[in-house]
Write a protein that binds this ligand. Structure first.
Ligand code: GTP
Ligand code: MG
Length: 195
């Protein structure tokens, strides 16, 4: 997709704040610091439209980015971030869960996994939960630049098996740093928009 327009529309904490123009939405899920916001920036060729940080827990609201009057990316807070209070974690969980289960315009979720490591328990739980709710998932294994190409197949297999990936869900190796996998991610998004 050729991105000509990309803007943040709202950082929402409550459903009343979600956009009302009924464009299809793709949500980003993944552990804190895995690279959700960086993936958005790379896909739309903007350095820092989605705010990123080397410290986990940067994104704490659901941030809606409108792309070309065609779709929204919903950048969500990461899971598995230990340094916040239990109450705060519960509040995040509720916000994300409500969004994922209630949102009519949601057509798919991009779940990011760190290609370097086997999926964590949180990654497995998230994927299983999404599948339980019949959500189409595009699994993006990111930070591929940190692994030598020769080892990609082994790590790919680790992600696929660690999640018990469903046959209908694509698994794409990606790097926000090099742009590896960008076109493939856009194609997978296009498939979700056309369905
Ligand atoms: P939260 O908002 O805290 O949930 O994090 P996030 O998932 O949005 O992660 P973010 O995009 O802020 O990236 C976290 C860190 O990882 C930053 O220092 C990024 O520069 C780095 N990073 C993200 N993607 C990649 C990648 O593909 N390769 C490398 N080498 N670093 C990456
Ligand atoms: Mg973020």
């Amino acid at each position: 997709m050729k991105v000509t327009q990309a803007e943040i529309v709202i950082s929402a904490v409550r459903p009343e704040q979600y956009p009302e123009d009924a464009l299809p939405e793709i949500a980003l899920a993944g552990r804190s610091n895995v690279g959700k916001s960086s993936l958005i920036n790379r896909l739309i060729n903007r350095k820092n439209l989605a705010r990123t940080s080397s410290k986990p827990g940067k994104t704490q609201t659901i941030n809606f980015y409108r792309i070309n009057e065609e779709l929204y990316f919903a950048d969500m807070p990461g899971y598995g971030f230990a340094r916040v209070s239990k109450a705060m974690r519960a509040a995040w969980g509720r916000m994300v869960e409500n969004y994922l289960t209630q949102r009519q315009n949601l057509v798919g979720v991009i779940q990011l996994i760190d290609l370097r490591h086997p999926p964590t328990r949180d990654d497995q739980d998230m994927y299983e939960w999404l599948k339980h709710h019949d959500m189409p998932v595009i699994v993006v294994a990111t930070k591929a630049d940190k692994i030598s190409k020769g080892h990609w197949p082994k790590h790919r297999k680790q992600v696929k098996e660690g999640l018990s990936l469903a046959s209908e869900d694509p698994l794409i190796l990606f790097s926000a740093q090099t742009g590896q996998g960008k076109e493939e991610v856009w194609r997978a998004i296009g498939d979700r928009l056309r369905d």
